[in-house]
Write a protein that binds this ligand. Structure first.
Ligand code: PLP
Length: 469
């Protein structure tokens, strides 16, 4: 063996036996629930022996807008493919100006472009805000599944704020909690319109929350990524308007422009935050330098005010509303099921707790087990269970997303012939979103079977008791 062979073999054998030690901070965090679900579905389908499993599943779990990315954004991306230079950390000036105008037009807010920072999605920006802001986080529940892993990753102090029956933050409960917290600064995560309930906070509700925030020195991160999906858009009010001195508003392209994969979001800083913005800039510069330059140019087209985009927002929110109305009525028609009535987004929160006794009888004791039981043959129905929404593990609530249809086709069909009456709207859903219709029927069948099987078991037990009597 030559020396070089020896060195080669020695290196290879050492490489193959290398064991990497993962940093404890990463070991301690869990995979965010939506990604866990992806893995679970893949595993389930590769293990499932029934031919029906090839069909896939009724997808109520994934929160992604199915519509085409608006044409002006696509065109601008192609046109700017040659932009290879790094962009400025807070974003290219054209984009910050376009976002400023967009906010004036849609949200009636006058924001100087300097108060706007661009990042790779609002999820990252919320994370960056949690990095820069000292304080205990107040997380109202149920909550979007993205926040808690970030809070835990950053090892921030946090407190849940369970909402009451109306599923909205109670200002009284917020004040009570804030009074108990020692920190000089507290951070409330407000998500409006809300994932998973689809509910919208009106002006008065926001004002009441803002009063408590002023009194208790609570900073608000207002995640408004679903703002433009609000079905009656005239009802939407940004927390940035109500509490401008204490609110960080985040928004982006992901939901309203069906462009989650572009990874572009922005944050509006509160007034008088020059020093804080400099600190924030250090974080962005350290972590990702800037958002991809061609994407920023494409986003300029997305935030421009035009009739084409306006029509797109109107059409897409109308379709979301139709699907939401159908889902709300069809689920509500199942005896025992209660749901929120969405004002925006493409989600609602379904409450299956009326079946708790029946579920316990077949050893389904957690929302996770309920989700797993619904995904297996013969139901093939994917939902997001309560524990992924930061509810109690034993709470049989679930998020139902109503976007499982071909969005490109449905969008075209809607433009060709807009359904007007309520029967036409129902017909539209039946014809164009058959998986939503069949998936809700599956949920109904699951609970019918559950009740029927439990009754049958009880009957058998009774008759065997009679027989032994
Ligand atoms: C409430 C909420 N905030 C933020 C996000 C992530 O948005 P982005 O794609 O801009 O990171 C989502 C995506 O599902 C969401 O539902």
């Amino acid at each position: 063996m030559t020396i070089s062979h020896f060195i080669y073999n020695f290196t290879i054998s050492n490489i193959t036996s290398l064991k990497f030690i993962v940093d404890q901070q990463v070991e301690d965090i869990e995979m965010p629930e939506n990604l866990k679900l992806n893995t679970f579905l893949d595993e389930f389908h590769s293990d499932c022996p029934h031919p029906e499993c090839n069909f896939g599943f009724y997808g109520f779990a994934f929160g992604q807008s199915p519509f085409p990315v608006p044409q002006p954004i696509q065109d601008a991306l192609i046109k700017n493919a040659d932009k290879g230079a790094y962009a400025a950390v807070p974003g290219i000036p054209e984009l910050r100006h376009a976002i400023s105008k967009y906010n004036r037009h849609y949200f009636k807010m006058d924001i100087a472009p300097e108060r706007i920072y661009v990042g790779p999605g609002t999820k990252e920006l919320v994370f960056n805000l949690l990095e820069v802001l000292h304080g205990t986080v107040i997380l109202p529940t149920p909550a979007w599944l993205g926040y808690l892993p970030q809070i835990r990753f950053l090892k921030k102090n946090y407190h849940m704020l369970p909402t009451r029956a109306n599923k909205k933050i109670s200002p009284v409960d917020l004040r009570k909690l804030a009074l108990r917290l020692q920190d000089r600064q507290k951070i409330l995560i407000l998500n409006n319109p809300h994932n998973p309930t689809g509910l919208l906070y009106d002006r008065l509700e926001l004002e009441e929350i803002a009063d408590v925030c002023r009194e208790q020195n609570i900073t608000v991160i207002s995640d408004e990524i679903y703002a433009l999906t609000t079905y009656d858009f005239s009802r939407f009010v940004s927390m940035g308007k109500i509490y401008p001195e204490g609110t960080f508003v985040t928004n982006g392209l992901s939901k309203s422009h069906a462009a989650g994969g572009y990874r572009l979001g922005y944050v509006i800083f509160p007034q008088h935050t020059i020093e804080l913005r400099e600190q924030f800039k250090k974080i962005l510069a350290t972590e990702y330098t800037a958002v991809s330059t061609p994407i920023q140019h494409a986003a300029v087209a997305g935030f421009e005010i035009s009739k084409e985009l306006d029509d797109y927002f109107v059409a897409t929110r109308n379709i979301h509303q139709m699907m939401g109305d159908y889902t709300y009525h069809a689920l509500g028609a199942i005896d025992g099921v209660k749901t929120t009535k969405p004002d925006a987004t493409f989600y609602l929160l379904a409450d299956f707790n009326a079946f708790a006794d029946d579920l316990h009888k077949i050893h389904i004791t957690t929302s996770q087990k309920l989700s797993e039981s619904l995904i297996v043959h013969p139901y093939h129905t994917a939902i997001v269970g309560g524990d992924s929404l930061v509810l109690e593990r034993t709470d049989f609530s679930a998020r139902i997303a109503y976007v499982d249809y071909d969005g490109v086709l449905v969008y075209q069909k809607y433009l060709q012939n807009r359904p007007k009456s309520s029967s036409e709207r129902t017909e539209f859903v039946r014809n164009n979103a058959p998986k939503i219709v069949a998936g809700i029927d599956m949920i109904a069948e699951f609970f019918n079977n559950l009740k029927r099987d439990n009754i049958a078991k009880l009957e058998t037990k009774k008759s065997s008791l009679v027989a032994t009597d």
